[in-house]
Design a binder for this molecule. Structure first.
Ligand code: PLP
Length: 396
C-alpha cells in the first residue's frame, strides 16, 4: 500500500478555505463541516473541534464539572497532556498504575485511588489500544465519575465492536502531526450528550452566549449594538482555525486508508518481533481492535541494554526507536511541583509525586521500545521490520 499523507484533496480544501478571504469568523465553513462529518464517522451526536488535543481535554474536564481542588484519575504512562489538562482545570491528577500486559490504565488500581473528591477518570488508549472500557465504566458508574476517553492516539480503534470515542461520556482526539489524521495541530471532542456538547462549545468559545448547539444565533443588529452582552460564562479561545479544519476534512475523508496504512506497518513490525520471546508486545485483548499508532514492546532481557538495542537497530539502517514518555509524575514540572500556583491544590490533596507511586509503570517505562508506524509506503515499513529481524538475530 502506498499513499500520500497529504494529497490533492487537502490542497484543494485548503485553497477553498483561503478563497473564503476571512470575510467572517467562520470563513469558508470548514469548522461546521468537520464537526458534522467527524460525528457521523464516529457515530455520535456531537463533535466539537478545538485547537489541539490538550485544549480538548481541558474543555472536557470543565464541561464535566471538574472544579478547583477536585481529583481526576489518570495513568502516568502517557503523553503528559493527559495530566497537564487536569492541572489546567485547577484540579489534581491522581495517578493510577497500568497493567503489565496491555500497558494501559488498571481499572482496579484506579478504583483503589477514588476518594470523595474524585470527579472524573481519563482512560488513555495508549499507542492505539483501548483500555478495558467495561471495567472503567464500571468504576465510573459505582462512584459517579465522568469518563473522558483520551483517544489522541486511537482513531478507529475499538472495544467490543464499539469505536474509540463512543463509550465514555466525552472523548478527546488530537490532530497533531504524528496522529492518524492531522492538520498540523487540532483536536476534537465527541459526545452523545446535548448538555455536555453545549458546554464544550461555550467553554471552548470564550463563553459566548450566542453559541448554541448549532450555528451561532447572533444577528448583525445585536452584535453591532452598544448594549451587546457577549459572555455568559468563563471560556477559553480554543477555536480550531478554518484552514486547519479544511485540511482535517480531507484527512477525515481519507481516514480509512490512513489508518489501514499504519495498521499494515504495525503488523509488519509486530510480525518481525515475534522471533524474540524477550520482546514482549503490548497485549491486544481479543475484544479490541488496535489502531497501531505505534508498535510497542517491553525489552525483557537483563543482558541487553535498551540503548544498545536501539543503536544496533539504527546501525543496521533502522529509522530509530522511541522510548515511552517519562512517567508524568516523574517529569520535573510535576516532581518539583512547578505548577504556577496550582501546587496548592495538589499539596492539600496530599499528592506525593515520587518514585514508588505506580510500581508497574515504573518497571515498564524504561524497557519500552516504541516503533513508529507512520509509513505511507508499506514497503518502507517492511524494510524496517526486516531490520528489526536482523537486530533480533544479532542479540539472539
Ligand atoms: C495520549 C495523548 N494525549 C494528549 C495529547 C495532546 O494532544 P495535542 O498535542 O494535540 O495537544 C497527545 C498528543 O500529542 C497524546 O498522545
Amino acid at each position: 500500500m502506498k499513499i500520500d499523507r497529504v494529497s490533492a484533496l487537502e490542497r484543494e480544501y485548503a485553497m477553498q478555505s483561503l478563497d473564503g478571504q476571512f470575510r467572517s469568523a467562520g470563513n469558508y465553513g470548514f469548522g461546521i463541516r468537520l464537526e458534522r462529518e467527524f460525528a457521523a464517522k464516529m457515530g455520535v451526536r456531537h463533535a466539537v473541534a478545538m485547537v489541539n488535543g490538550t485544549a480538548t481535554l481541558h474543555a472536557a474536564l470543565e464541561a464535566a464539572g471538574v472544579r478547583a481542588g477536585d481529583e481526576v484519575i489518570v495513568p502516568p504512562l502517557t503523553m503528559s497532556s493527559t495530566a497537564i489538562a487536569v492541572l489546567h482545570a485547577n484540579a489534581v491528577p491522581v495517578f493510577a498504575d497500568v497493567r503489565p500486559d496491555t500497558f494501559l490504565i488498571d481499572a482496579d488500581d484506579a478504583e483503589r485511588r477514588v476518594t470523595a473528591r474524585t470527579k472524573a477518570i481519563i482512560p488513555v488508549a495508549l499507542f492505539g489500544l483501548m483500555p478495558d472500557m467495561d471495567a472503567i465504566m464500571g468504576v465510573a458508574g459505582r462512584h459517579g465519575l465522568a469518563v473522558i476517553e483520551d483517544d489522541a492516539q486511537c482513531f478507529l480503534g475499538s472495544h467490543r465492536g464499539r469505536l474509540a470515542g463512543t463509550i465514555g461520556h466525552m472523548s478527546s482526539f488530537s490532530f497533531q502531526a504524528s496522529k492518524h489524521m492531522t492538520s498540523g495541530e487540532g483536536g476534537m471532542v465527541t459526545t452523545d450528550d446535548d448538555g455536555l456538547a453545549l458546554k464544550l462549545r461555550r467553554y471552548s468559545g470564550l463563553g459566548y452566549g450566542s453559541i448554541g448547539l448549532g450555528k451561532a444565533r447572533i444577528t448583525k443588529d445585536d452584535i453591532q449594538d452598544p448594549g451587546c452582552e457577549r459572555h455568559v460564562v468563563l471560556g477559553w479561545n480554543y477555536r480550531m482555525p478554518d484552514i486547519a479544519c479544511a485540511v482535517a476534512c480531507a484527512q477525515l475523508e481519507r481516514l480509512d486508508e490512513l489508518c489501514a496504512c499504519r495498521r499494515l506497518a504495525g503488523e509488519a513490525i509486530a510480525g518481525a518481533a515475534k522471533a524474540a520471546v524477550w520482546l514482549v508486545p503490548q497485549r491486544v485483548p481479543p475484544e479490541c481492535g488496535h489502531a497501531w499508532w505505534s508498535a510497542v514492546f517491553a525489552l525483557d532481557r537483563d543482558d541487553v541494554a535498551w540503548r544498545d538495542f536501539r543503536r544496533k537497530f539504527m546501525e543496521l539502517g533502522g529509522d530509530g526507536i522511541y522510548a515511552a514518555w517519562q512517567l508524568t509524575y516523574l517529569e520535573p514540572a510535576f516532581r518539583e511541583m512547578n505548577l504556577l500556583g496550582r501546587e496548592e491544590w495538589a499539596k492539600r490533596a496530599g499528592a506525593r509525586w515520587e518514585r514508588g507511586l505506580c510500581p508497574v509503570a515504573e518497571r515498564l517505562q524504561p524497557r519500552l521500545l516504541q516503533f513508529k508506524t507512520n509509513y505511507w509506503d508499506t514497503e518502507r515499513a517492511e524494510r524496517q521490520a526486516d531490520i528489526l529481524a536482523k537486530t533480533i538475530a544479532f542479540f539472539a
